[in-house]
Design a protein around this ligand. Structure first.
Ligand SMILES: Nc1ncnc2c1ncn2[C@@H]1O[C@H](COP(=O)(O)OP(=O)(O)O)[C@@H](O)[C@H]1O
Ligand SMILES: [Mg+2]
Length: 262
């Protein structure tokens, strides 16, 4: 079997002597959607910090595309194909949806000497090649009708898909998504799910999904890891997770209100 695209092995993290993660493993095969769930404070965002390079684990190892990146910078991980979105939207107010995607592509290419000007005013017009790539992405994620709107004017659910589109514009191999449906209604949640499926099918991208909506995770993910108090309490395909008594006790029974019906 070939190596997984992203693999975390025996990760331990502590904050001021208090353990936040202990012995945590996570395996993300190429083109998979892996769910990471657990109650508040379980350590999900902390694990994302370790995977993306914002946090250094006390022990353990992170491998990305065959390289040991345990101590590598977020920039190096990005070059190896890792992208992430954040729990709250991190978009620029002045730019349209389309401009966000052009800027994201330019950051990836790193050939652009006037990146700062691009970030402020999008100084250089997009080339035909840039336009074509951005149009394809807008199409794929059904964002066409919002393309020329400034981001503050698009609904929250669309904003989340713009965040996803921006991550995909960097042509990643794996994207970490921290609660992409928080604050969304059932229809917007369904749009996000559709966008993820489309991105995987069309681009072969893998996702790690931190998500409160357990039903969504059970529907969307190939494989799910459940954290509780910084430890893995269950791991497996959706059927097993649904059936696990430990998960029921620790989590599913006390899950926050879900956006049913779907
Ligand atoms: N920067 C930090 N400093 C101190 N403690 C932290 C920090 N970040 C997270 N924690 C603690 O680590 C634990 C896991 O938090 P977190 O990863 O944010 O959980 P989750 O995302 O699953 O809700 C919690 O007990 C939290 O209070
Ligand atoms: Mg969190």
């Amino acid at each position: 079997m070939s190596d997984p695209l992203l693999h975390a092995h025996e990760i331990a993290v502590s904050f001021g002597g208090v353990g936040a993660l202990a012995g945590v493993d996570l395996t993300v095969p190429a083109r998979s959607i892996v769910g990471l769930v657990g109650p508040n404070g379980a350590g999900k965002t902390t694990l994302f910090g370790v995977l993306s390079g914002l946090l250094s684990p006390r022990s353990g190892r992170v491998e990305l595309a065959g390289a040991d990146v345990t101590r590598a910078s977020p920039q190096r991980r990005a070059r190896l194909g890792l992208a992430r979105t954040f729990q709250r939207l991190e978009l620029f107010d002045e730019l349209t949806v389309r401009d966000h995607l052009v800027v994201a592509r330019r950051i990836r290419e790193r050939r652009d000497r006037s990146l700062l000007r691009d970030l402020v005013g999008l100084g250089r017009r997009p080339s035909p090649g840039e336009d074509e790539a951005v149009d394809a992405l807008l199409d794929l994620l059904d964002l066409g009708k919002f393309a020329n709107q400034p981001v503050p004017l698009v609904p929250l659910g669309t904003g989340r898909i713009v965040e996803l589109a921006r991550a995909l514009a960097t042509e990643p191999r794996v994207v970490l998504l921290d609660e992409p449906t928080s604050g969304l209604d059932v229809h917007e949640t369904e749009r996000v799910a559709t966008a993820l499926r489309a991105a995987r099918a069309d681009r072969g991208v893998a996702f790690v999904l931190v998500e409160h909506d357990v039903e969504l995770v059970l529907q969307l993910c190939d494989d799910i890891t459940v954290l509780d108090f910084g430890r893995v309490i269950a791991h497996g395909p959706p059927d097993e997770i649904r059936a696990s008594a430990d998960v029921q006790a620790a989590y599913l029974g006390t899950a926050p209100a879900q956006k049913t019906p779907r």
